[in-house]
Write a protein that binds this ligand. Sequence first.
Ligand code: PMP
Length: 299
Amino acid sequence: MYYNDQTIIFWNGKFVRAAEARIDLYSQTLHYGLGVFEGIRSYRHADGQTRIFKAVEHFERLRFSAESMNLPYAWTTAELAAATYEVLEQNNLQDAYIRPLVYAPANMKFDLNTESNIVIEAWPMQPFLGEKLLRVMTSSFQRPNPKGFKIAAKATGHYVNSILASQEAKARGFDEALLLDINDHVAEGPGANLFYEKDGKLFTPPPGNILPGITRNTVFEICDELEILLEEKLFTIDELKQADAVFFCGTAAEVIGWTSLDDTVFPMPWEKTLSKQVQDAYKRCTVGLQVKEYAEEAD
Ligand code: PMP
């Protein structure tokens, strides 16, 4: 249940009950999928305070996505971050998932809009529920052609592709899908980036056919601090199947290892991988602890 009669959302500058807000059924976003959104999380820190993880990065990406999609964007990052803290407080949320959405007004044409609407919703989410490793399937769906879409924007319509891939994988008994790009290089999951580990080094696809995730950036920062070698490169499914370990990363998924891809089981015990060190460090970052402290403790 995402909301109940008491739930408060931020809606076009006001704090209102979710149950009382309305969407225009003639919205261009509803009909054609031209909207932009974010997926953000807040975590309860050791001091008992609630903090939004990478709030600036997420609201800056929301602006970038809106501008990429020609949606008017009239808000500052500071005001949206403040509004989000207010939503969390009014709903008594600490560990939460936060969903801002910028959507178009009534417009059945393909023309530019003169204004946009914004909503910020939040609901409870426990951190690191997904401790188990994933069984992943190579999808029959490709990621969208970057010449047909602005693939680095987090646009609502792009998620038709994600949903088709994820539903296909789950219908076949897998936990999640892996999508290739239009040239058959590995791209990403329906809602997460991926890294693989081979001989003590991590690899991940470069921007171009992926949503360059904020968690992916955090993994770069963690690897830098833990002195784990990391390289961006294009690679195929065959190369990925030779990996010692693989993980998905994203705001919702956090860092989650794979047990297998199709019929291939990854050989290295997760506990022994560098990827697990990255997972632990990420967990620490989200609750305000230092990556480096983890490195020292691990010695
Ligand atoms: N790729 C896709 C397609 C996604 O939907 C997401 C989730 N936003 C990601 C990657 C990971 O992005 P982030 O780390 O910013 O959540």
